[in-house]
Design a binder for this molecule. Structure first.
Ligand code: ISL
Ligand code: CA
Length: 554
C-alpha cells in the first residue's frame, strides 16, 4: 500500500490560549503562534493541530463556537490566521484545525434562531424535546456535571447538551445541518488547511428514542449510547464522499467510547472515513472504577499495557492508530506515570516518550510535553478554571462522595487545567508567555523547566524528543513494524518488540522508581543501542529507575 503522508508524521498540538501571548493581555493568540513556528520546526514535528480558534464566548475555551467562519476576538483576526497558515506552509508545517460540530455555542446564530420559536426554520438544527413527568426528557447527565437537558421557557421545551448548557448538540439527523457543516469544512479546506481533528465525533448520532442510561454515582444516567450511535459511520462516509476525499488530509476523530471493532470502520486504511481516531481506553486505565476520571488516580501498568497492545495488534494492516499521552484534556504524563522528583523528572519524561514513540501509529506531542512539563501545584479549588473538573467535583461534593480536601487532591491529579497552564518558554517573568497577567498561572517550576534552557542543553527532554521524531522519519520499522508485547504481567516493565523483515527493535521501559531485574532476550545481546535515556545505558541484568533502552537488530 502506498504510504500516506500522515503515517510518518508527528503532530504537535497547540492550545492557543496558553501557547504565546503577543499583546500582553495574558491570553495566547495567533500572532504569538506565528512567532513560535520555528520552534515547532526545530523540534521536528511536521504538522500542527490547532485547538479551536473560531469565534466563541469561551464557556469552554473555544469548544463552544458561535461562528465557524470567523476568528475568536482574543486570538486576532482572519488576516492573522492567513499569515500564520502561510508562514507554517513556508516552513513545511501542515495545519490541522479543530472541528467542533457535535455542538455549537448557544450564541451561534443557528441556535438563537432555533430557540426563538417551534416553527423557526432552524428549530431542527438542534435536539428539542418535551419534558417528561415534570422534568427533563430523560435521565442523561452532562459530561460537565448536572443534567444534559436545559429547559427553555420561550417554547416550553428542553434542548440537549452533552457538554455545557452553552453547548447545545446539533441534530445530525437533519440533512440541512450536514450540508451546513460540509460547506463550512470545504470553505476552510479551500483556504489550504491540511486536515481536521474532529471533536467528540463519535457522539454525533444519538440513539433512537433517546432512552434513559445506566445511573452513575452523581445520580444522572449515562449517555453512553450516543457513542458510536446508529448513523455515525453513514454520516462520516457522507462527509468523506462529499468533502474529505477531494483533498489529501490528515483527519483524526476524537472518539470517546470507541471500541477496537468500531475503530476498524472509523480509521480504516481504505480511506472511507477518517485517517485515525483518538481512543480513550488507555487514557482511562488509571481512572477510579466508580467515580471515573475526576477522582483519585489508580495506576495499573499491566492494564495499560494490555490496552495499548490490543490496539497495536488489532489495527495492524486494517486501520491506523494515533498515539498520545497528553493533550489539553489530560493531566501531564510526567506527573501521571512518571516522577516529578528533580533527579528523576527528565529520565521519566524520556522513558514515557520512548514507550509511546516506538509504537505503530501517528504520535501527538502536546505543547510542553517535549519539555517534560508537569501538573500545577494548585492550593485551592477556587484557582481552577476548567468547567469539566469543576462540574464533576460539584456533583460529587453535593452527593457527599468527595470532601473539599479530596476535591483539591483530585484537581492536582486530574484537572484539565494542569495541561493548560502557560507554555514555559524561559525562566523570566511569566515564563516568557506574556508581558501581562496570564489567564491561568504559570507553573513556578518554569525557572527549571523551560524551552530556552533545554534548547541549549544536548541531553534535555527537548532534544530527546527531537531524536525520537527524527528516528521515525528514518526507520521503516518504527512506522510499519509488527508489534509484540513481552512480559505482559510484569508490574513495572513495559517491554515490546517491533519487527519488519530482518530488522527488529526491542523496547524496554521501566515504569518504576526502583531498580528492576531484567535479562534482555538472547537475540538482542549484541544488538546496537538505538536510543536510551541514561548516558551509560543498559547495565547487564537490571534496569535502573525509569530507565528505557531501545535495541536494534539487523
Ligand atoms: O471522556 C469523556 C466523556 O465521556 C470526556 O473526557 C470527553 O470525551 C471529552 O471531554 C471531550 O473532549 C472534547 O470535547 C469537549 C471539550 O471540552 C474538550 O476540550 C474536547 O477535547 C467539548 O467540546
Ligand atoms: Ca493576547
Amino acid at each position: 500500500m502506498k504510504e500516506k503522508w500522515w503515517q510518518r508524521s508527528v503532530v504537535y498540538q497547540i492550545y492557543p490560549r496558553s501557547f504565546q501571548d503577543s499583546n500582553g493581555d495574558g491570553i495566547g493568540d495567533l500572532k504569538g503562534i506565528t512567532s513560535r513556528l520555528e520552534y515547532v520546526r526545530e523540534l521536528g514535528a511536521d504538522t500542527i493541530w490547532l485547538s479551536p480558534v473560531y469565534k466563541s464566548p469561551n464557556d469552554d475555551n473555544g469548544y463552544d463556537i458561535s461562528d465557524y467562519q470567523d476568528i475568536m476576538t482574543e486570538f486576532g483576526t482572519m488576516a492573522d490566521f492567513d499569515e500564520m497558515l502561510e508562514k507554517a506552509h513556508s516552513l513545511g508545517l501542515k495545519i490541522v484545525m479543530d472541528l467542533v460540530v457535535n455542538h455549537s455555542s448557544d450564541e451561534h446564530k443557528w441556535f438563537i434562531e432555533s430557540r426563538s420559536s417551534k416553527d423557526n426554520p432552524y428549530r431542527d438544527y438542534y435536539i428539542w424535546r418535551e419534558g417528561k413527568n415534570g422534568g427533563a426528557p430523560n435521565n442523561w447527565g452532562s459530561c460537565f456535571g448536572g443534567s444534559a437537558w436545559q429547559y427553555d421557557e420561550k417554547t416550553d421545551m428542553y434542548y440537549l447538551h452533552l457538554f455545557s448548557k452553552k453547548q447545545p448538540d446539533l441534530n445530525w439527523d437533519n440533512p440541512v445541518v450536514r450540508d451546513e457543516v460540509f460547506n463550512m469544512m470545504d470553505w476552510w479546506l479551500k483556504k489550504g488547511i491540511d486536515g481536521f481533528r474532529m471533536d467528540v465525533i463519535s457522539l454525533i448520532s444519538k440513539p433512537e428514542g433517546l432512552p434513559d442510561g445506566k445511573p452513575g454515582p452523581n445520580g444522572y444516567g449515562s449517555y453512553e449510547l450516543c457513542a458510536n450511535g446508529p448513523h455515525v459511520h453513514e454520516y462520516l462516509r457522507e462527509m468523506n464522499r462529499r468533502v474529505l476525499s477531494k483533498y489529501d488530509l490528515l483527519t483524526v476523530g476524537e472518539a470517546a467510547g470507541v471500541t477496537l471493532e468500531e475503530a476498524k470502520s472509523y480509521a480504516n486504511l481504505d480511506g472511507s472515513e477518517l485517517s485515525m481516531v483518538f481512543q480513550f481506553e488507555h487514557a482511562s486505565a488509571d481512572c477510579d472504577p466508580v467515580l471515573g476520571r475526576y477522582a483519585r488516580q489508580h495506576k495499573n501498568l499491566p492494564l495499560l499495557k494490555e490496552i495499548l497492545s490490543r490496539w497495536q495488534n488489532g489495527l495492524e494492516g486494517i486501520a491506523w492508530n494515533s498515539l498520545y499521552w497528553d493533550n489539553h484534556d489530560q493531566p501531564r504524563v510526567v506527573s501521571r506515570y512518571g516522577s516529578e522528583k528533580p533527579e528523576y523528572r527528565e529520565l521519566s519524561a524520556k522513558m514515557l516518550a520512548t514507550c509511546l514513540h516506538m509504537m505503530q501509529g501517528t504520535p501527538y506531542v502536546y505543547q510542553g510535553e517535549e519539555l517534560g512539563m508537569t501538573n500545577y501545584p494548585w492550593t485551592s479549588i477556587d484557582e481552577i478554571n476548567d468547567i469539566e473538573s469543576l462540574g464533576n467535583y460539584r456533583d460529587f461534593h453535593a452527593k457527599g462522595l468527595m470532601t473539599e480536601a479530596e476535591g483539591l487532591e483530585m484537581m492536582r491529579q486530574r484537572s484539565r487545567d494542569n495541561a493548560r497552564t502557560p507554555m514555559q518558554w524561559d525562566d523570566g517573568p511569566e515564563a516568557g508567555f506574556t508581558t501581562g497577567t496570564p489567564w491561568l498561572p504559570v507553573n513556578p517550576n518554569h525557572t527549571v523547566i523551560n524551552a530556552a534552557e533545554q534548547r541549549t542543553r544536548p541531553d534535555s527532554v527537548f532534544h530527546y524528543y527531537q531524536r525520537l521524531i527524527a528516528l521515525r522519519r528514518e526507520l521503516d520499522v518504527i512506522v510499519y513494524g509488527h508489534y509484540e508485547l513481552l512480559e505482559p504481567e510484569h508490574p513495572a516493565l513495559f517491554v515490546y518488540t517491533r519487527t519488519l523483515g530482518d530488522e527488529s527493535l526491542l523496547v524496554v521501559c521501566n515504569f518504576a522508581e526502583s531498580e528492576q531485574a531484567y535479562e534482555i532476550p538472547a537475540a538482542y545481546r549484541d544488538a546496537e543501542i538505538l536510543i536510551a535515556n541514561y548516558a551509560d545505558p543498559a547495565p547487564a541484568g537490571k534496569l535502573r529507575p525509569w530507565e528505557s533502552v531501545v535495541y536494534r537488530r539487523r
